[in-house]
Ligand binder design. Structure first.
Ligand code: ADP
Ligand code: ADP
Length: 230
């Protein structure tokens, strides 16, 4: 992920908001980076741009060597569904679908055949201790279990990049820890992770933390924790 001079302005009829102002950011393959800063400073906007959910106003964003500005919507959608897994604070599960169907959904979007889908859903459910929950619906699960389902859904396509927007924001400390350990494990297995968080503790699991304010990156620090200490 290579970002240069990136600005994002939201225009509505009445107001113009400069959400990001000339950002520069480099995220290498295998990095685990956290983003902190007060509400409204542009964290989610940055995450959404990196995740190809949102376009930029000016500047440059290159993902996997490709300049994103200029790609057509369907090309962006293809990159997004093949390379990026999202984890949200509110889990964003579909309440009307079972755990199994929620996890399977990205594979359907990626036109994976049904036998292969079944194999992969069962494998990831096993890995995340959800095998006995596959027939349940999201509302029947605890918050921690719901977030594990969301993580399973994010991982089912083997994305190169995982984008997490306050993944522990709605969890108690035990379930929050579980999610952080899961992210640490994914990172140790080669995933590139960017996580927005308000928690210094959660940020300490990442390698680098950037602090934002009013649409700019104020500072960046390296974190002491590494996989060996865990
Ligand atoms: P954070 O994630 O750090 O809380 P956001 O990235 O959500 O901040 O928002 C940055 C700024 O952009 C805020 O001033 C917010 O009100 C504005 N903003 C975000 N999304 C939109 C939108 N879709 N339309 C208009 N303004 C927006
Ligand atoms: P936590 O203590 O993590 O918040 P809960 O008290 O929500 O967990 O749930 C405790 C256990 O009961 C969990 O394993 C959860 O899956 C199960 N559970 C909670 N509500 C229901 C329900 N409506 N139907 C089936 N199982 C449920």
């Amino acid at each position: 992920i290579s970002i240069q001079n990136l600005s994002k302005v939201f225009r509505t009829e009445e107001v113009e908001t400069a959400a990001l102002n000339q950002i520069a950011l480099q995220i290498n393959e295998g990095d685990f980076i956290s983003v902190m800063g007060p509400s409204g400073c542009g964290k989610s906007t940055l995450l959404n741009i990196i995740g190809l959910l949102d376009g930029i106003t000016s500047g440059s964003y290159k993902l996997l060597g490709q300049e994103i500005n200029g790609l057509k919507e369907n090309e962006k959608a293809k990159l997004r569904k093949q390379q990026i897994g999202f984890i949200f604070q509110n889990f964003n599960l579909i309440d009307e679908l079972s755990v199994y169907d929620n996890i399977e959904l990205p594979l359907i979007y990626n036109n994976v055949g049904s036998a292969e889908r079944k194999k992969r859903v069962e494998a990831i459910a096993e890995r995340l201790s959800l095998s006995h929950r596959l027939k349940h619906y999201p509302q029947q699960l605890s918050g921690g279990q719901q977030q594990r389902v969301a993580v399973a859904r994010a991982l089912i396509t083997n994305p190169k990049i995982i984008l997490a927007d306050e993944p522990t924001g709605n969890l108690d400390s035990r379930n929050g820890n579980e999610v952080m350990e899961l992210l640490t494990d994914l990172h140790a297995n080669g995933a590139t992770i960017m996580m927005v968080t308000h928690s210094d503790y959660d940020a300490s699991f990442s390698q680098r933390t950037i602090h934002m304010k009013d649409g700019v990156i104020l500072s960046e620090k390296q974190n002491a924790r590494n996989v060996d200490v865990l």
